[in-house]
Write a protein that binds this ligand. Structure first.
Ligand code: FES
Length: 237
């Protein structure tokens, strides 16, 4: 039950508290976005920065996809807002004045995660296209350290997106009785397969995010003149 005093306000109490962790995070995010806009690295040596792939066209939706992801949600509610610290112990820190507000008021936006997921699927082919361009941009098949990093980043995003809880719902999680004989279909084997990835969703979420940032920094290093783009294979087409 929500506290009637705070129910009237759309702004959750988390945003109004003198919370240095949250505001430091916001400050760092603003500085990071500003620097990215100031020093853009769209394409270099056939390597497209994942932040400037078509991602940039739908950036708000992709940011919302990540921001409403269950894995990050848990982390920012616990570590930025410090609430709830845990669901099963007293460390949850609920009180009549300070209740968990996830998925209510402003945080109702978290309910739209399943729709943001479609935008994440829509941009995946562009990442694979960028990998293809990095292999062929010179008119020859060229395998460089940069193209391998782009491929790893693309695979990391793919596994992260595929392991999403909303995919789990789409592939069978909406059934009331999943083990009933009438539901023992091929769909169930796909659901079971997807569940194996879903079990590692949080690790995949952080791996993918770190890989995204690493790829961006790597390309900036090349642009700064560092000899980072080693060529392994160069075959004429
Ligand atoms: Fe994390 Fe969907 S729950 S991407």
């Amino acid at each position: 039950m929500e506290n009637s005093n705070v129910k009237k306000h759309i702004i959750p109490p988390e945003f109004l508290e003198p919370n240095w962790r949250f505001w430091s995070f916001i400050l760092l995010a603003i500085i990071g976005i500003y620097l990215m806009m100031l020093y853009q690295v769209p394409v270099h040596d056939g390597l497209t920065d994942p932040f400037y792939s078509p991602t940039v066209l739908v950036l708000p939706l992709v940011v919302l996809f990540r921001a409403t992801c269950y894995a990050y949600r848990k982390d920012y509610h616990r570590h930025l807002f410090d609430h709830p610290n845990s669901c099963l112990t007293n460390a949850r820190l609920d009180s009549s004045k300070r209740q968990y507000t996830g998925e209510t008021r402003f945080f109702r936006i978290e309910d739209f995660h399943r729709y943001f997921m479609y935008t994440a699927w829509a941009i995946l082919p562009f990442f694979y296209y960028d990998v293809y361009v990095s292999w062929t941009y010179s008119g020859a098949f060229t395998l460089t350290l940069g193209s391998i990093i782009l491929l790893i980043n693309t695979l990391a995003v793919t596994f992260y997106t595929f392991s999403c809880h909303s995919v789990r719902h789409l592939t069978g999680g909406y059934k009331d009785c999943f083990s009933c004989p009438s539901n023992l279909t091929k769909k169930r084997s796909f659901f079971t397969f997807q569940s194996k990835f879903n079990e590692h969703h949080e690790a995949l979420a952080w791996t993918s995010l770190i890989m995204f940032i690493f790829t961006d920094l790597y390309l900036r290093g090349i642009l700064a003149g560092l000899p980072l783009n080693i060529t392994f294979i160069h075959l004429g087409l």
